[in-house]
Design a protein around this ligand. Structure first.
Ligand code: SF4
Ligand code: SF4
Length: 454
């Protein structure tokens, strides 16, 4: 059966790419190859974690997001934003200034996603009561982690919590609230201000839902620059926001330990995609026991470490903590903003469909053939030098052996094999150079060309 299509938000700009292979070596799922001197991302393996984006020195990896102007397709434009957006601003900037500016640039309504945390948290605790659920329950919060489990840890798919995220619940609530106020549904646009690429991908191609309730994703970095510039240039403080500030501990939910500290039983928080992979391997091999809940986030420090956040993640965490404790000190009362009145409706909406594994190997859509190819790939891998040098344009000897059985590469892509073939007279120097050119680009062996990217 064909696998469903995976939308990806991270793309390679061929003109800017210099084929340095940093992204290939950083990709945790071995989704990148170098072909003709350019990085190529395999859609079936990419999980939109953004590690390639972080390491590219020439900004050749970019995030394909929605244009800000798209919000004007709707008469009522809701900005759904996570607390980390506020955490980008220096503490001297008041939340009311930020909210007012969001209104001035075009949003008619604002809503913080963390307002949905309380309701979700109660549902998670209820979910934990069901003894039929596989343990440990793995949080469904981070879309990159869901995709990672689907492609790399298929045996753990059933451990993923089948409840939506605060942003989805908040979106369901706000849309329904406006409908109840008499606004036609086709006039309401809900836009999530995203700190990461994985969320953009999840909105365009949701997992566990047919269609996302969110109408579009706005790049947090771009929006921050717009809002911050306007606040700095403003000659007077015109506060037009009526929104009430969210100031309780829910604000910290998207940060590391924000979720695990609020669920029942023994819960661990793991951040950073490589650490998550290391831990999930232990879970898969049953090397760790008696864990009830796993909060796994692809980014270090949770959403504060998202690739679209312009500010340092540690400063973001510090700022949010300060804002929370300052507000709590002032003894402000938490306003539920009416979301609790929609609890029953939201409980129904937050349940996700059963998730399906997606074989990372993708060696063949026919399972029997895929197994045969896997055995063949293992044999090929045993013949390769095993030093994972990357000269073949694949990140490891294992990855090259898989490419060979898929028909995407040949044994002669390995420089060591090439040497043996040349010694045996099976290929000549010209052929060997042609192979290298095919992988690294025609001009790669010319001194200096690596910098120009030609
Ligand atoms: S320039 Fe290097 S790191 Fe950037 S996309 Fe190309 S190969 Fe990857
Ligand atoms: S987003 Fe992550 S998984 Fe996808 S190609 Fe980049 S590093 Fe690999």
């Amino acid at each position: 059966m064909d696998q469903p299509f995976f939308f990806h938000a991270l793309k390679v700009d061929d003109k800017a790419c210099i084929g340095c292979s940093h992204c290939m070596n950083a990709c945790p799922t071995e989704a990148i190859r170098i072909w003709n001197g350019k990085a190529v991302i395999d859609d079936n393996k990419c999980v939109d974690c953004g590690e390639c984006f972080r390491v590219c020195q020439v900004n050749a990896i970019y995030v394909e997001d929605n244009d800000f102007e798209q919000i004007y397709r709707f008469k009522y434009r809701v900005a759904l934003f996570p607390a980390v957006f506020v955490g980008q601003f220096p503490e001297e900037i008041k939340v009311s200034q930020i909210y007012s500016e969001l209104h001035k640039i075009g949003f008619t309504h604002l809503f913080e996603v963390e307002r949905a945390v309380e309701i979700l948290n109660e549902s998670i605790v209820d979910y934990q009561e069901n003894k039929e659920n596989e343990l440990p329950i793995i949080s469904s919060f981070c879309p990159a982690i869901i995709r990672l489990i689907q492609v790399k840890f298929p045996s753990l798919v059933d451990n993923i919590l089948r409840l939506g995220t605060p942003s989805d619940i908040a979106a369901h609530f706000y849309k329904q609230k406006l409908i109840d106020e008499g606004i036609p549904v086709n006039e309401i646009g809900i836009f999530y201000i995203t700190p990461c690429a994985a969320k953009i991908a999840a909105i365009k191609n949701p997992v566990g839902e047919e269609k996302s309730i969110v109408d579009g994703a706005i790049n947090l970095n771009r929006l921050f620059n717009k809002v911050y510039r306007n606040i700095k240039q403003a000659t007077e403080d015109v506060l037009i926001s009526q929104a009430t500030e969210l100031f309780s501990y829910e604000v910290l939910w998207t940060l590391t330990k924000g979720e695990s500290s609020r669920v029942k039983g023994r819960a661990l928080a793991i951040d950073g995609i490589n650490s998550v992979m290391e831990f999930l391997e232990k879970v898969e091999n049953r090397e760790v026991h008696n864990i009830d809940y796993l909060e796994c986030r692809a980014c270090k420090e949770g959403c504060a470490g998202g690739i679209l956040n312009p500010q340092n993640r540690f400063l973001t965490v510090e700022r949010l903590n300060k804002r929370v404790s300052l507000n709590l000190k002032k003894n402000k009362q938490f306003s539920s903003s009416g979301i609790v009145n929609y609890k029953e409706y939201l409980n129904e909406k937050m349940i996700l469909d059963k998730l399906v594994p997606r074989s990372m190997m993708m060696l063949d859509s026919d399972m029997a053939l895929a197994m045969k190819k896997m055995v063949k790939a293992q044999k090929i891998e045993a013949e390769l030098p095993g030093i994972d040098c990357g000269a073949c344009g694949a990140p490891s000897c294992k990855a090259l052996s898989e490419d060979i059985v898929k028909g995407d590469a040949t044994l002669s892509h390995c420089v060591f094999v090439q040497n043996v073939l040349m010694q045996n007279g099976e290929i000549n120097m010209e052929t060997a150079f042609a192979i290298i050119d095919k992988i690294w680009g025609e001009h790669k062996v010319v001194k200096g060309s690596i910098k120009s990217g030609k």
